[in-house]
Design a protein around this ligand. Structure first.
Ligand SMILES: Cc1ncc(COP(=O)(O)O)c(C=O)c1O
Length: 407
């Protein structure tokens, strides 16, 4: 067991979030007094004798030092920090955000069972369900993310083992009624999993009925667009054993260097999120007034799908949202707008310090009828730049949009 001063189970939750971010996963005396957790790389762990090696190996569900794939003190420190940020008890770090989705799905589903997945789920999650899970004889039903409890009840089958949630969902940002949907799943004995990457600490999944929470730590936790990492957090020992066994069976592993960088990200997570929320809202409200814009899909803005649920269940907002342009603007005109912007980067991912833009066309694949918003959608990630510069860049883009539309 590493000697963290503050792990997820040492009861420091009475402190404020900003304070805890400065304390989580910090080292004890073994770091020789240095402030930060040392970076421990390694495969082999040497033991003083065979009895010690055997006793440590028996602790596969604990933070024991057995072999590199079981984790190093660097992994454990990050796991404890994320478990606490999510409000759970134990966390497993895995190689990517996508692995943090596929690992629990494989852990909690078996052949003949059924999973319910929101229609707006992150594209690679859908591909995994339609490909790997279908190949294993596990059926997926996609549902409208704004489904009511009664609507979900009608989709439950005796073999439904997992209700998957992503709230707000990819590209169209619908906020789901997590407590109501979780109650239906639990009444049928199904586990509830959520991709909580957007919600991060603004949404506390375990106080809203969720059993297993997923973070693409690549995004806001890493915060600097330089690592790929995932985290799966649970609240009960039973779920932990199942998750840990699956993760070990799959050989899940993440580089300790990336874990160390993620721990560094944790220290500034609070200030980055607060600033990015503020900048994101300034830009989103400004966009909502633009004549070219039909609507802004930002959970904190009235009229965005599930805004009332966001008000009820969230304490803040991330800086990733969608902009629906008026129907006269074609895919080509939107491409001209994006190409005309110079501050926004064109690229996948989000949660870093820099602003990014992508068209959502081609990324929205729906089969349950959701996702029609009346025009082309752009996804914006607002970074730490000055909002005035961000809006000036969008102005440049709007000029190109008008030019391409012949206006
Ligand atoms: C909502 C969501 N979940 C998960 C992921 C996957 O994260 P990673 O890129 O670390 O695999 C992404 C990546 O864009 C995402 O947007």
């Amino acid at each position: 067991m590493p000697d963290d001063q503050n792990d997820a189970r040492n009861g420091a939750r009475s402190q404020g979030f900003a304070t805890r971010l400065t304390q989580l996963g910090r080292p004890g005396p073994r770091a020789h007094g240095f402030v930060n957790q040392p970076l421990v790389r390694g495969s082999t762990v040497l033991h003083p004798n065979l009895a010690h090696q055997r006793s440590q190996s028996a602790l596969r569900h604990e933070q024991a030092l057995v072999y590199g794939t079981h984790g190093t003190p660097t992994h454990f420190a990050l796991e404890n920090a994320i478990a606490e940020i999510e409000g759970g008890t134990r966390c497993q770090i895995v190689s990517s955000g996508l692995s943090a989705i596929t690992t629990p799905l494989l852990a909690f589903l078996k052949t003949g069972q059924h999973v319910l997945v929101p229609d707006n789920v992150y594209g690679p999650t859908r591909r995994f369900c339609d490909g790997m899970l279908a190949g294993l004889g596990i059926a997926t039903t996609y549902y409208d993310p704004m489904i009511s409890a009664d609507g979900l009840e009608a989709l439950m089958r005796p073999e439904t083992a997992v209700l998957f949630l992503e709230s707000p969902g990819s590209h169209t940002f619908e906020v789901q009624d997590v407590p109501a949907l979780s109650a239906v799943a639990h009444a049928h004995g199904a586990r509830v999993m959520i991709d909580n990457t957007w919600g991060i600490h603004f949404f506390q999944p375990f106080s809203h009925g969720v059993d297993i929470s997923i973070q693409a730590a690549t995004k806001y936790i890493g915060g600097h667009s330089d690592i790929i990492l995932g985290a799966v957090t649970v609240a009960t020992d039973e779920d932990w054993v199942r998750l840990r066994d699956a993760s070990m069976a799959l050989g899940q592993y993440a580089s300790p260097d990336d874990c160390w960088l993620a721990l560094r990200g944790v220290r500034t997570l609070g200030v980055r999120l607060a600033t990015q929320m503020e900048h994101g809202l300034v830009v989103a409200r400004w966009l909502a007034e633009r004549p070219e814009v039909l609507r802004v899909l930002h959970p904190a803005l009235p009229g965005s799908p599930g805004h009332e649920l966001w008000q009820r269940d969230f304490t803040g907002a991330s800086s990733l949202f969608g902009v629906v342009l008026k129907p006269e603007f074609t895919v080509e005109a939107v491409a001209a707008m994006i190409d005309g912007m110079t501050l926004f980067g064109i690229g996948a991912s989000w949660g870093g310090f820099e602003s990014l833009v992508l068209p959502s066309t081609g990324s929205i694949h729906r089969t349950a009828g959701s996702g029609r918003f009346g025009g082309e959608i752009m996804r914006l990630h607002i970074g730490l730049e000055d909002p005035a510069d961000i809006m000036a860049d969008l102005e440049r883009g709007f000029a190109c949009l008008a030019g391409a539309a012949g206006g």
